[in-house]
Design a protein around this ligand. Structure first.
Ligand code: FPP
Length: 251
């Protein structure tokens, strides 16, 4: 379909568009290694793929994308890579914020943000403030993020509520718990997308992916193009979602 927009193409193929896509942006290191480049070069190229992905998701009408940019485990990488990656993320946000705002994107971050460098924390807060009133795609950037850490943080908040007499332990339901996650206002993840070929969840959004479809593609993140997103949506559309019950159509 030459000249057709991405949304036209998705509609013509009858593709289901998930409300919330979470991405484990994997393969930057391998991309660099294959070219004899430092790993950071892979992250720099990965940034371009991130931009393509966010643009394409917005065009398709996806409501939320959550991007795994830095995990609680990533601190164990060599110091130069950690510093380079965090600086890249901060600079990217500084450079892209105006465009994100013009595209009506709502920017937010999830993770143990208070352990990040001060200048990055300030940039995240500025990004959030500048885009808070927008109405388009929500970009949930996961930084110093760990799924178990998020659950522990929520458990602490629930325990505090119990301690303060606001809640009885026997009354704690899933919703009371979920209210204390990092981004309780976001819908559950419907599609967990992992480029790079690894069949792992890697501690990403453990609570939120409870019923997500996992789609693994054999393309490294820096090589991820719009066509790969369409491919993931084709796979997603073909899947039958049961939610533990009887077969039902996806929408
Ligand atoms: C995993 O690849 C990737 C990361 C830990 C970082 C992701 C960061 C970016 C894509 C940079 C830009 C992001 C933003 C939001 C501007 P890996 O290094 O584990 O790759 P490997 O599995 O091939 O070693």
């Amino acid at each position: 379909m030459e000249g057709a927009t991405l949304a036209d193409q998705a509609a013509a193929e009858g593709l289901h568009i998930p409300r919330h896509i979470a991405v484990v942006m994997d393969g930057n290191g391998r991309w660099a290694q294959q070219r004899g480049l430092p790993r950071l070069a892979g992250h720099i190229e990965g940034r371009k793929a991130t931009k393509r992905f966010v643009q394409a998701s917005a065009e398709l009408g996806v409501e939320v994308v959550s991007l795994y940019a830095f995990s609680t485990e990533n601190w164990s990488r060599p110091q130069a890579e950690v510093e380079g990656l965090l600086a890249l993320i901060e600079n990217s946000l500084r450079e892209e914020l105006r465009e994100l705002d013009e595209a009506d994107v709502v920017f937010r971050a999830s993770g143990r943000l208070s352990q990040l460098p001060q200048s990055l924390q300030e940039m995240l807060a500025a990004g959030r403030k500048a885009t808070a009133d927008n109405q388009g795609l929500t970009l949930n950037l996961c930084l110093n993020y760990g799924g178990r850490a998020e659950i522990v943080d929520a458990a602490r908040a629930v325990a505090t509520a119990v301690h303060g007499g606001e809640l009885e332990p026997q009354d704690i339901g899933e919703n009371d718990f979920a209210r204390h996650l990092y981004a309780p206002e976001l819908p559950d993840v419907e599609l967990l997308l992992r480029p790079g070929g690894e069949m792992r969840v890697s501690n990403f959004l453990l609570w939120e992916i409870a019923y997500a479809e996992l789609v693994v593609l054999d393309v490294l993140w820096p090589d991820f193009e719009r066509e790969h997103l369409l491919e993931a949506l084709r796979i997603f559309t073909r899947r039958e979602r049961r939610f533990g019950g009887v077969p039902q159509s996806i929408s």
